[in-house]
Design a protein around this ligand. Sequence first.
Ligand SMILES: *Cc1c(COP(=O)(O)O)cnc(C)c1O
Length: 362
Amino acid sequence: MLEFDTVPAERRPAEERAALLADPGFGRVFTDHMVTIRYAEGKGWYDARLEPFGPLSLSPATAALHYSQELFEGLKAYALPDGEVGLFRPQANARRLNTTAERLAMPQLPEELFLRAVWTLVEADREWVPTGEGQSLYLRPFMIATDPFLGVRPSSEYLFVVIASPSGSYFAGGAKPVTVWVSQDYSRAAPGGTGAVKAAANYAVSLRAQAQAQEAGCDQTVFLDAVEHRWIEESGSMNLFFVYERDGAPLLVTPPLNGSILPGVTRDSVLTLARHRGWGVEERPYSLEEWRSDAISGALRETFACGTGVVITSIGTARSRDGEFLIGGAAEGPVTSSIRDAIVGIQRGLAEDPFGWSLRRA
Ligand SMILES: *Cc1c(COP(=O)(O)O)cnc(C)c1O
């Protein structure tokens, strides 16, 4: 078994940490340590370390910098009521990392090593797991191709890193419904492409659309399918759910995993919870036209987006070049709140966890 060597960091004083944890925002404060593991073809994974958080030293020829052979994951650690720390479904992230690695011709990372890397960092920086309302320790594992070589081919060497960032809720303002921009100019992902995996490059190609969304006064972008520009796929970093009512119970509609939609762990959790509650669930193509006309007629009750960062956020308004429409009077609906409460309750160890989603260190 690959053991971690420890190079202890100089820990920041408690007062400095407390000041940073009071209002960490998202993704801008980092803990004292990071984990790194190297890979070389023919040798496998080696040189696992827990070391001080700090700059990486890379050749300017490093393959990842030129051709985006780079992947990432995102998951959260939560302070539990008994003082322990829980990770939310980390095995799902380990599996998805390997699906992404395969698509990007990168090496597989054993699930066991992924989990130990994450736990090693969480335990070393235990005091950085915030305890405030809506707060968590966001964990960002990523892998980059490190061959110092400009030829286009899969790298033979890689670096896997985990960093951690104490975070408040992703959108400042909390549960306020957001306004989304439906992008008709840009696609995020195409059939046969990389939309279904967590390739860093997917985000680079979505940034122009996100800038347009912001110019239009919107918080987030919604992407349509790349072929017909008609079917709703997902938001830039979140999966989407459309809430109807059928036979007096909620009915959740979400686009199917068609190869260009990212299979979110939160998406899967929402589907599992909804089925557990006996609600209707449909994974089927859902068009912009259907969204618009059902929102206007009132048949559509709610729309929400979900992902690790935000957990669940209500969508109140959808805007595009053709105008805008409101969903459910642009107020958060009861199904959205109830799903959020259930997932957050499990994450924080405050609710029963019938699915075994909150993991403690064995
Ligand atoms: C990560 C991600 C999501 C959400 O996945 P979670 O596992 O729920 O965090 C959704 N869409 C895209 C494009 C993503 O990269």
